[in-house]
Design a protein around this ligand. Structure first.
Ligand code: PHE
Length: 443
């Protein structure tokens, strides 16, 4: 028997924890480099459209499922839908494993960068030096694997402590701090000599660069950044009280996440151009660029240490939500205790992460022409998350239908004007739109 389910301490705490899940490496690491790889402004516009149309509506859908069922994703789909629907929950648990396996690798890099900044090893803003430091480090073999392990242990430690105190308290304090520091960095980056070209690249769309892949990448990034399509928000929603206003909470979370991504773009891309780096350089972009921005700031070394520490924390609150999905599932559906489930899931993710880490230079491990890390990212982010989101929308729209509207409006007491529009979006617009993007991407 499961003990009485924990609840969030307050609506603010819930919003901060969900924002903590959403805001992570996706915003500061992958958003800028994916924008860089996919032609800048056009990618930004597609991303914003996907967030507004599919993202927001599926965020609400996941929270409605979680709060209504008060269960892990597999159990929730079973309780509310029966038959084949738990498969969507299993898909989410599987996706969580895949994402976490490469997430810990990149999060491990943030630990190394705290050290690099503190030691002054990155005080020379020369692009070649910064690039060599990065590629040398991630290709180094053992150290990045050890740091991924350290990060996995930290994540497991928080998850072992349960949902309330740890995650909620840390998020409330550290997220606002990260936000403030980001603003300082944006100002510094935008005032660098030559920043204008980066700003133009980011804000002015060049539609000639857009292909089916751009759409797939933008929708994947939207889902990844919102922690959507794998049950994380079903899980967090399952700890929600009956009277919380889901619609407005979802709106705030989506706005915060999008704001942080756009700020990260404004922080990284102008500096990329100012220092003559390549915007399409791939996963190293933020790690190579940010030290250059710090080098150009008075007290940059201290700012750098603080920034990478906060990035580490942002990654931690996201990783916790990923691991929590897997652990909640294992606790509810098997006989494992929280401790056993956490240790088991963490070990599996860590082992899966090793080839991702090695594929960054130490060994040549490629899948379909991508490094193992990129392949895991592509599979989970661009295919599995949108697929999970599509199925979630169909489920809420067609299986729950009016029940979902009743749940969203707290039985007709709030947001009654918008709820029918939302239902229409999850029934028709989201399934067709996401399906279309997925199919064009595959062809
Ligand atoms: N949203 C997180 C980020 O941007 C990653 C994440 C994806 C977390 C899916 C949970 C579920 O870093």
């Amino acid at each position: 028997m499961a003990a009485k389910r924990e609840m969030w301490g307050s609506r603010f705490g819930f919003i901060m924890a969900a924002a903590g899940s959403a805001v992570g490496l996706g915003n500061i690491w992958s958003f800028p480099f994916k924008t860089g790889e996919n032609g800048g402004g056009a990618f930004l516009i597609l991303y914003l459209i996907f967030i507004a149309v599919f993202g927001l509506s599926v965020v609400i859908a996941e929270m409605v499922i979680g709060r209504t069922a008060q269960k892990n994703p597999v159990g929730a789909f079973r309780a509310l839908g029966g038959k084949a629907w738990p498969l969507v929950g299993y898909l989410g648990v599987f996706t969580g494993f895949v994402i976490l396996s490469f997430y810990i690798v990149v999060a491990g890099w943030t630990i190394a960068y705290i050290g690099f900044m503190a030691s002054g090893a990155l005080s020379n803003p020369d692009a070649t030096v910064l690039t060599d430091t990065f590629t040398g480090f991630i290709g180094g073999g053992v150290t990045p694997i050890v740091l991924a392990g350290v990060f996995m242990v930290a994540t497991a430690a928080v998850v072992l402590g349960g949902i309330g105190g740890g995650i909620e308290r840390a998020s409330k304090l550290l997220m606002p701090l990260l936000f403030g520091l980001l603003l300082v960095m944006v100002v510094r980056s935008l005032t660098l000599d030559g920043a204008g070209a980066g700003l133009r690249f980011f804000l002015v769309p060049d539609w000639s660069k857009v292909s089916g892949d751009t759409f797939t990448a933008a929708i994947g990034q939207a889902f990844f950044s919102l922690s959507l399509g794998m049950g994380a928000l079903v899980t967090y929603g399952s700890y929600l009280g009956r009277d919380t206003n889901i619609g407005s909470s979802a709106g705030i979370i989506v706005l915060l996440d999008t704001l942080v991504a756009v700020l990260a773009g404004l922080m990284v891309l102008p500096a990329v151009f100012a220092y003559g780096l390549d915007a399409a350089a791939g996963p190293g972009l933020s790690f190579i660029t940010l030290p250059a921005v710090f080098a150009a700031m008075p007290g940059g070394m201290i700012f750098g240490v603080v920034f990478f520490t906060l990035l580490f924390v942002a990654a931690l609150t996201s990783a916790v939500s990923l691991l929590e999905v897997v652990v909640t599932y294992l606790i509810d559906e098997t006989r494992l205790t929280r401790t056993q489930a956490t240790v088991f899931a963490a070990l599996v993710c860590f082992v899966l992460g090793i080839p991702s880490s090695l594929s960054q230079g130490a060994m040549d491990i490629t899948v379909f022409g991508r490094s193992f890390l990129d392949a895991a990212d592509f599979l989970a982010t661009n295919l599995l998350l949108p697929l999970g989101g599509l199925l979630t929308a169909v489920f809420v729209g067609w299986v729950l239908g009016p029940r979902a509207v009743a749940a969203l409006t707290n039985n007709g007491t709030t947001g009654t004007a918008l709820a029918p529009i939302w239902l229409w979006v999850v029934r028709v617009v989201a399934p067709l739109g996401i399906g279309w993007v997925l199919i064009t991407g595959l062809l």
